[in-house]
Design a binder for this molecule. Structure first.
Ligand code: GDP
Ligand code: MG
Length: 267
């Protein structure tokens, strides 16, 4: 709990055996209620490592993609009564010790979503090992997305994201992509729903063991992101409506907080 709110970590994992133990161990103790690892058809020992560390492991029988892994995680987080779901990557590229900062504004009712930005001071991103072509693409796409979405974020491509319960209840995230562009579609939906979005600066960390989409998948992601902006504009102008952008009304609240479900959890 943080400020009386239930915090659930959602960790997508695809063959992250080299890093997942470090990522799980770095999640601060005494604040997080559940840690959900989504085993996205891993062919390595990621799931066993996660289970041994005390996390709840939810397995996809085959690899479905980064977006699909998040959907499974957010669905389960809602079912467990999460007030805030915070995504922490299993490749240890984002610092899990920052979870309390990531969720703070949401638990205080000051924001609906919080993003960790590596681009607060751009030169820090390069110093942290971001390859130059990712750096350039990140800045260019962020500028374009800012023109469309006006969320006032210094980075639209971070994988460190915390969503409040109302965001996950109102955005039709199950209808979004199963791929990397899921993250862009979430941003578009946050803009459609006029949610309060904030960011905190975070360090950039690229190491030998970090996972990243390869060049081809990254280019695909770039074009898919531009396509999302096009659809967003058409939707907002009323020219064409997309169910992906239909923001739901908030259902009536259910009373009480779900109990912790993991007996041997170390968190
Ligand atoms: N590459 C990949 N990663 C996945 C998949 N499903 C879950 N993940 C996890 O999602 C996280 C983010 O993916 P990654 O390739 O590192 O993207 P990045 O955020 O651009 O560095 C990693 O921790 C992966 O282990 C998948 O199908 N493909
Ligand atoms: Mg990565």
């Amino acid at each position: 709990m943080v400020n009386g709110k239930k915090i659930v970590v959602v960790m997508p994992a695809y063959n992250a055996g080299k890093t997942i133990a470090k990522a799980l161990a770095a999640i601060p103790k005494g604040m997080v209620d559940d840690v959900l690892v989504i085993d996205d058809g891993c062919q390595d020992d990621s799931a066993k490592i996660a289970r041994d560390a005390g996390a709840v492991v939810i397995a996809h029988e085959k690899n479905k993609g980064y977006g699909a892994a998040q959907k499974t995680g957010y669905r389960e987080a809602l079912a467990r009564g999460a007030d805030v779901a915070v995504m922490v990557h299993s490749d240890f590229q984002y610092d899990p010790t920052l979870v309390p900062e990531m969720v703070k504004s949401i638990t205080l009712g000051q924001a609906d979503a919080c993003f960790g930005s590596r681009m607060h001071r751009k030169k820090d991103a390069r110093a942290g090992g971001m390859p130059w072509w990712r750096f350039v693409a990140n800045i260019a796409l962020t500028l374009i997305e800012e023109c469309f979405l006006h969320l006032h974020l210094s980075e639209y491509h971070t994988g460190y994201r915390a969503y409040g319960r109302s965001v996950l209840l109102r955005i039709p995230f199950d209808a979004l992509s199963n791929n990397y562009v899921f993250d862009t579609e979430m941003l578009a939906d946050l803009a459609v729903g006029k949610f309060r979005v904030t960011e905190i600066p975070i360090p950039t960390r690229y190491s030998e063991d970090s996972q990243s989409p390869n060049f081809r998948k990254s280019v695909q992601y770039g074009f898919s992101t531009l396509a999302v902006m096009g659809r967003y504009a058409l939707h907002q102008l009323g020219i064409k409506r997309y169910p992906k952008f239909f923001i739901q009304d908030l259902p009536p609240p259910v009373g009480g907080v779900q109990p912790r479900s993991v007996e041997n959890s170390i968190w």
